[in-house]
Design a protein around this ligand. Structure first.
Ligand SMILES: NC(=O)c1ccc[n+]([C@@H]2O[C@H](COP(=O)([O-])OP(=O)(O)OC[C@H]3O[C@@H](n4cnc5c(N)ncnc54)[C@H](O)[C@@H]3O)[C@@H](O)[C@H]2O)c1
Length: 324
């Protein structure tokens, strides 16, 4: 049985980590969050020691070390801009880290973490659960088995509605989340480069607070992509079904179905990590480069090969409208 600590225990994603730690037969012995609404811990590890101050958490882990209780893994579920700091904390305590996506905001942060990996001999693992999705794994095999040299035309659309709270939270602050392409899109850019090979070019057509659209070219695909958190951009027929999310991956007009199969992917991720097969620093480099480049790109506007949804009417930032 491995000993875990977890940082960011009160947040949205933490329960998936708590479940994964439990499902894989391991235990959580310390948790940290500056926010103290963590009753969720009772459902998984009622005996875990919980801290709201980093210094006390650090002291506790140090004390455990002196009592020869070793923390094997630190799970990191905090806002994106804090990940590298929390990873350093884990490695310096001689634990491996299991960190949420995006691992970091900028490519150079990865190099800094590689140095700490070398210094400590510990490993940084990143949750990239789409790579464990059965439909995406099948797609990757299919593309690998195609020896014709074909370059596929792909349209990727991902709309996941978020309310106005998003803009008040750290997720709406580009310096903390990296913006929507980084915070929400990173899964998809990583999946695309994993399936379709080396990145050739990256163009951004539209990029506002609630959406982004662009074109990515890989060895084996030309991808028009559209990403949005604005409900109004969802197609009417999907809204009519009462849905607030729309996910579509079309390859040469064929819909690649991957709407289901998302449950338990954190547990699958933990199983792989515990077997030494987690996704490490080198695995995340391309996706982090892509999101960084999208963040700093000057949008081209509606020229070239853009996603059809890129023409949708733009919206005013909710915090910049005259409400409140
Ligand atoms: N893999 C996925 O599908 C997926 C889905 C959602 C979020 N995430 C990622 O998970 C991470 C957390 O996202 P979330 O949606 O749970 O956010 P959240 O805001 O709900 O939770 C973050 C938690 O971290 C805590 N926190 C903030 N600063 C802290 C600090 N210095 N020390 C300790 N705790 C601190 C907050 O109090 C909060 O409880 C992000 O990196 C996000 O990108 C991944």
């Amino acid at each position: 049985m491995k000993n875990f600590a977890l940082i960011g225990a009160a947040g949205f994603i933490a329960p998936r980590h708590l479940k994964a730690i439990k499902d894989t037969g391991n235990t959580l012995i310390a948790a940290l969050d500056q926010f103290d609404q963590v009753g969720v811990l009772d459902s998984y590890f009622p005996n875990v020691d919980f801290f709201t101050e980093f210094e006390r958490f650090d002291r506790h882990i140090d004390k455990l070390k002196r009592q020869e209780v070793k923390i094997d893994y630190v799970s990191i579920c905090t806002p994106n801009y804090l990940h590298d700091s929390h990873i350093r904390f884990a490695l310096r305590h001689q634990a491996d880290s299991i960190c949420e996506k995006p691992l970091v905001l900028n490519p150079w942060n990865i190099n800094a973490l590689a140095e700490i990996e070398n210094e400590t001999g510990r490993k940084v693992n990143n949750i990239l659960q789409l790579r464990l999705h059965p439909a995406i794994q099948q797609l990757k095999k299919r593309i690998e088995n195609d020896k014709t040299g074909k370059v596929y035309d792909v349209d990727l659309t991902y709309i996941t509605s978020r309310g106005n709270w998003y803009y008040t939270s750290w997720k709406g602050d580009v310096s903390k989340s990296g913006g929507i392409a980084t915070n929400i899109g990173v899964h998809f850019y990583d999946m695309l480069q994993w399936v379709f090979g080396k990145l050739r070019s990256n163009k951004v057509h539209v990029h506002t607070h609630d959406r982004a659209a662009g074109f990515l070219e890989f060895d084996k695909a030309r991808v028009r992509w559209f990403l949005s958190i604005n409900y109004d951009t969802i197609p009417d027929e999907i809204k009519a079904q009462g849905k607030r999310t729309f996910r579509s991956l079309k390859m040469e007009g064929e819909e690649i179905e991957f709407s289901d199969g998302f449950t338990d992917l954190h547990t699958r991720s933990y199983e792989a990590i515990l077997q030494g097969q987690g996704f490490g620093l080198d695995d995340v480099r391309t996706a982090i480069q892509i999101v960084h480049d999208i963040r700093i790109a000057e949008p081209l506007g509606l020229i070239g090969d853009y996603h059809p949804f890129a023409t949708k009417k733009l919206a005013v930032h909710p915090l910049k409208s005259n409400v409140g």
